[in-house]
Design a protein around this ligand. Sequence first.
Ligand SMILES: *[C@@H]1O[C@H](CO)[C@@H](O)[C@H](O)[C@H]1NC(C)=O
Ligand SMILES: *[C@@H]1O[C@H](CO)[C@@H](O)[C@H](O)[C@H]1NC(C)=O
Ligand SMILES: *[C@@H]1O[C@H](CO)[C@@H](O)[C@H](O)[C@H]1NC(C)=O
Ligand SMILES: *[C@@H]1O[C@H](CO)[C@@H](O)[C@H](O)[C@H]1NC(C)=O
Ligand SMILES: *[C@@H]1O[C@H](CO)[C@@H](O)[C@H](O)[C@H]1NC(C)=O
Ligand SMILES: *[C@@H]1O[C@H](CO)[C@@H](O)[C@H](O)[C@H]1NC(C)=O
Ligand SMILES: *[C@@H]1O[C@H](CO)[C@@H](O)[C@H](O)[C@H]1NC(C)=O
Length: 409
Amino acid sequence: MFSLRITFPLLASLAFLLGASAWGSDYKGALYTLSQEFNQAILISALHPNGTAEFVSSFQTGGKGAGARGQDALQSSDSLLVHENLLFAVNSASDELSLFHIDPKEPWNIQQIGNNTWSGGKYPTSIAVSPDSTKACVANAGSQSYIRCFNIRETGLELMSSFRYDLELGQTDPPVGPPKTPSDLSFTADGQILFVTVKGSANASEAPAGRIELFDVSSDSVSHKSTVYAASGPGGLPFSITPIADSAAYLVTDPAGGADIIRIERDGSVSYNTSITIPGQAATCWSAYSPVTDQYFTIDLATAIITPMTINSTTLEATLLPGYNITTSSGNPGSLVDSRIAHFSDQQDYLYSLVAGDQTVRVFSLPAGSQSGIFDLVQTYELGAAYNSTGGAVGTSIEGLAVFVRTWW
Ligand SMILES: *[C@@H]1O[C@H](CO)[C@@H](O)[C@H](O)[C@H]1NC(C)=O
Ligand SMILES: *[C@@H]1O[C@H](CO)[C@@H](O)[C@H](O)[C@H]1NC(C)=O
Ligand SMILES: *[C@@H]1O[C@H](CO)[C@@H](O)[C@H](O)[C@H]1NC(C)=O
Ligand SMILES: *[C@@H]1O[C@H](CO)[C@@H](O)[C@H](O)[C@H]1NC(C)=O
Ligand SMILES: *[C@@H]1O[C@H](CO)[C@@H](O)[C@H](O)[C@H]1NC(C)=O
Ligand SMILES: *[C@@H]1O[C@H](CO)[C@@H](O)[C@H](O)[C@H]1NC(C)=O
Ligand SMILES: *[C@@H]1O[C@H](CO)[C@@H](O)[C@H](O)[C@H]1NC(C)=O
């Protein structure tokens, strides 16, 4: 999963030649977040070998973030995405995408590839990249709620004009959600299917229903295949997508009740479909997987609880483990949003959970053998304050999180 391939050798070697930096070889990786100011910036932090984060710099995307839209401005997952040595970002309010090359040796150094590109619709919120790194697809959430795809070229993103699928959500600019907005999108492991989670009206007797749209992908085309419903039923709000290890199934969070598990076969048919109730949940939206502990983590924006679970890859049966209540380690911070796992070694993962409410990132250690689900908070990383100290302001919202772990240095 973290195999490193230099997609753009020319840029990589240039970055190598120019890579003189005060930031040495002591760091294990980098963490990126997106300020949602109109003057949007990617906030870049370095990761220490013990998992803690330290602010490095910011990079203006030249595009517009969501603006003053509260703590969950994008209501989606994967608005900032690392794929191999590439970093993708949405600029929601300017209907654009930005693409960067990450220097794999010094991942706190990023370099933009091409100019910002029109997202092919209005108000992009989520991005997916094909396993072979040839295509990127985006979900737009505004008045033109289109799924669009791009060929990834050395010069940047090139819109595939032949494909445009309208989610027909009847939205405004900016969109008013969370109901009736796209949440996330992903390719299957073989790259043959693209699928998109779409929140319904949240009312089982009122259209549209929460759903998952499936698309066939070939080397030169994308086309709509089918619409499927997750087990939470028509009132559902399918949200983030996390692949379940060693299976063709996906954990899909669903703030209507907890999460859904859905298995998608190679031909695009659904062979398993169930829902998981997380007791006391209010808004389970984000999720992540730790290969070291073989646990899945769901993040509840409203209760500020992270719930770990194990999922048997054969039976797809889920077992909930005791949740971690963020409020016990601080006053109620509000609005837990994007979360990612960074895989440091066979023995150690870290969970980075962005708290939009207090502009921090909570860092949890996930060492091998920690099976109980009780995990250690190693840092409350004051990201907003660190950015402020450099003269920046994240505004009312910070959303989108991605990590890069160095492999050979
Ligand atoms: C992690 O490492 C950094 C850099 O060495 C150090 O400053 C920090 O105190 C360490 N934090 C913990 C929790 O060990
Ligand atoms: C980027 O935009 C500038 C200004 O519009 C233009 O001159 C330049 O050719 C563009 N570069 C690419 C790679 O499209
Ligand atoms: C759900 O939709 C039905 C049909 O439009 C409506 O009568 C009902 O009041 C709605 N329920 C809620 C909770 O909004
Ligand atoms: C998943 O389960 C729900 C609820 O039982 C059902 O309405 C839906 O049709 C199922 N979807 C698929 C693709 O089997
Ligand atoms: C998964 O379930 C199967 C069938 O019940 C069982 O044989 C297997 O041991 C389970 N795997 C784990 C890791 O618990
Ligand atoms: C989380 O902790 C806070 C503070 O201790 C408490 O008020 C709240 O009820 C807890 N939430 C849950 C769901 O247990
Ligand atoms: C950052 O600065 C802005 C305005 O200068 C302020 O509103 C905000 O509260 C500050 N945030 C933090 C985390 O210090």
